[in-house]
Design a protein around this ligand. Sequence first.
Ligand code: NAD
Ligand code: ZN
Length: 405
Amino acid sequence: MKALVYRGPRNVKIENVPEPKIEKPTDAIVKIVATNICGSDLHMFEGRTDVEEGKVLGHENLGEVVESGPAAQLVKKGDWVCLPFNISCGCCPNCERGLTGFCTTANPGNAGAAYGYAGMGPYNGGQAEYLRVPWADFNCLKLPEDAEEKLSDYVMLSDIFPTGWHATELAGLRPGESIVIYGCGPVGLMAAHSALIKGAAKVMVVDRHPDRLRLAEEIGAIAVDDSDGKQVEKILELTSGLGAERGCECVGYQCHDPEGHEVPNQTMNDLVESVRPTAGLGVVGVFVSEDPKGADELARKGQMAFDIGKFFEKGLHMGSGQANVKAYNRYLCHLIHHDRAKPSWIVSHELGLDEAPEAYEKFDAREDGWTKVILHPQGRRKEAKHKPEARAKTPRREKELAHAH
Ligand code: NAD
Ligand code: ZN
């Protein structure tokens, strides 16, 4: 089958690889119909992880079950399913508590496994024609009858929509509160979408890419351009000098100044400055315990100069880590099904798998208009929105939804 394979920094290729097979009785094989490129893939693409050459990438997957093992009771051939990026067993102590991002079975010696990702176990990804899904009954979210029609929404249930939601959960957001979100990439935009659905009174999103900030404004969030370095002042102004009640970090360890120089502690310290005393912070941008190509000595050891003094004085609290997708995806699926959420408004490109290497380059460069890419390994869909102008249709509906809350 055809798959996108990592061959070293900035080098991903479409290659022929063996088709996956049922290896354990609880497995299923899914024919991948839609699979996204994620900001997390870019850490690997840029050579900032120790991912091994030859790995098939892709952890944001949706498709049709073509085969299930003899011990899979619930998923059957023909089911349309969306797969959480986390692979989890369903019965270890963490999975039992809904913390499926920290499954202790799927990646022995570590907590947490994923498809096609550095350090997340021996699993190949779904930027391919087929994917092996372990513990299929637990990991497959069966989609409603409008699965194909709302494909570009449902595929966001694999990662970024639950991850954005998780950021607001970790921050402790409640209706009527204000929230500041650092990073207006797909994850930050999903955090903004989630915050608005949850009834936040004021949602402020910080970034420097006009195309991304425009998307935030389309749903009723306030765009805060940080190109002039005055983001903290702007947030304070927008919150009567107090700072926001909640804050989210949706950028991660490669955060940088608008010129592109990495400043590893920038978003974390900006967050501390931008929130009011007793605020909650949700950190879902990825930070790593070792970064040999990090910008400074601390970063290379997975550390940073964090404003712990101000953090303590303000009595802030913080949650972090991989999103437990299974804790949310069924309910977020209902929101999509009943037109209460429309995460696909951020999609800029729907492409064939062959076009993936070029798409990695464009998305990595954060080129204007490249906000989220869906790949279709079974061939581009006829009605796919690969033209930028096609996107303009969704937000109006989104605004109506936002007003309906
Ligand atoms: P992305 O790289 O497309 O978006 C990041 C955005 O942050 C960019 O638009 C960039 O301009 C902006 N940015 C960079 N430096 C900034 C700064 N100093 N201040 C404000 N904005 C800044 O990626 P994405 O897909 O949105 O993912 C964001 C992060 O979330 C990545 O680290 C990714 O690995 C992580 N992630 C985590 C989880 C999880 O489960 N915790 C899941 C998915 C993605
Ligand atoms: Zn992802």
